[in-house]
Design a protein around this ligand. Sequence first.
Ligand code: XBP
Ligand code: MG
Length: 245
Amino acid sequence: MLRALIFDVDGTLADTESAHCAAFNQAFAEFGLDWHWDEALYTELLNISGGKERLLHYWKTTRPDVRELDAMALQDTVARLHELKTAAYERAVQDGAVQLRPGVLRLIESAYQDGLRLAIATTTSPVNIAALLRTAIGPDWAHYFMVIEDASTAQRKKPDPQVYRQTLERLQLPASACLAIEDSANGLQAATGAGLATVITPNSFTAHHDFSGALRVLPTLRDTGIADLRAWHAQAAAPRPGAHS
Ligand code: XBP
Ligand code: MG
């Protein structure tokens, strides 16, 4: 019996990654760095979940100067760059740079009315969640979500299942009673790693990813209703013919 939906944020609730990429580039300029991430490079860098982890990975793999910095200086600079980036992203979202993907708000509202528990499991920062959902839903957006797990509560980033395991603990539900909704291979691995059946809605940054193991891969949630999710979840839960129960 489906009891809860667990939503990823970036790429799933909204196509946010172009705005994230622009915010990273704005932070580089503000900090006086000649770094620039175009969409092709950013698509690669998205294999690393978490903005700080992505920055450190880029620096260590592309900039020989990184060897001259000690670890503390490296971490401090990454933290400062990420602060600038998060501020730039928050401004862009507040200025309307990002909209929820089609069908997302309707699904959240109908799931809530249908008595399903709703949760968010993301590797992004809490500031970004609030900026996106306050702008898209309104100041009372948080009342829809019983649980929110994000970069501030789950240190190990997707594909590590930590953020989903912590979400399930706080929902007080088994994975078998829930569905995850994701957009990326890292997100799928994190959710399935926590035992969750997962619906994937890819986007331009993740369309090439391997989604083996997904319950469904849909171009959009525009035509998906709660009844569909309940039916797919029941199919996933039903014993496979020939499977030893
Ligand atoms: C996607 C991410 C995040 C964002 C950038 O998160 O990996 O790092 O790209 O946001 P999700 P931060 O799990 O919602 O798909 O800079 O705050 O990390
Ligand atoms: Mg995502």
